[in-house]
Design a protein. Structure first.
Length: 217
């Protein structure tokens, strides 16, 4: 049984498989605390009937005809104080929608940590709203510049490139290209450590977690 969430980052470039009843590769993560679970999911666009049904992911995605265009099936669960949402379509819905959709914006005291792979609009990013309604963004390889506990976790996990201002740009680029592939696992390790988050890989692969279809934003 694989816990923690570093495994999510380790499989960030693994291709999606139609034969898999759940998810493994290319997962983006949104987690929130200080929020009402159902309200947060509704604000993401969850259907009330699907929310009440708590249908396992493998069953929601199984019917003939597949998923309608313009919506994506997601998995969700809780760990400690945190609600988490998993998506493997290349982005995190919250990260694309919170700026324009007022209901997605967290109230004071509500904390959001989002790791979005941004396949369709690189680079991959970490977004952190620590309870004060202000979003901090960091590309993979950087911290948010706030000196926060999340930033400390990113550094401790080796998810932040060292500052090497005196080196030629070509050497900096070569360093980033060489060490870039390890960043997703390091970023997810850091977020897992900061949040105290553990998600069962086997349950996610099997599609055992409850699921919803939410619209693309």
């Amino acid at each position: 049984m694989s816990h923690g969430i570093d495994w999510i980052g380790a499989h960030s470039t693994t291709e999606r498989s139609a034969a898999l009843p759940g998810m493994l590769g290319g997962i983006s993560l949104t987690c929130a605390r200080g929020v009402d679970t159902d309200e947060f999911l509704i604000n993401l666009g969850a259907d009330l009937d699907e929310l009440a049904a708590r249908t396992p992911y493998r069953d929601l995605t199984a019917p003939v005809g597949g998923t309608p265009a313009g919506v994506n099936p997601v998995m969700y669960g809780t760990c400690g104080d945190w609600l988490y949402v998993l998506e493997d379509w290349g982005m995190a819905t919250w990260s694309t929608g919170y700026v324009e959709v007022k209901s997605m914006w967290p109230y004071p005291g509500e904390e959001i940590v989002c790791v979005t792979l941004n396949w369709w609009s690189p680079p991959s990013q970490v977004i952190h709203v620590p309870g004060d309604e202000r979003a901090r963004r960091a590309e993979f390889g950087e911290d948010t510049g706030e000196g926060s506990a999340l930033d400390s976790a990113l550094h401790a996990a080796g998810a932040v490139f060292p500052s090497i201002p005196d080196y030629p740009a070509s050497e900096v680029t070569a360093y980033r290209e060489e060490h870039g592939p390890r960043l997703p696992a390091a970023v997810f390790t850091a977020v897992g450590d900061y949040c105290g988050l553990s998600i069962d890989r086997e349950a996610v692969q099997a599609g055992d977690l409850p699921s919803l279809r939410i619209p693309m934003v």
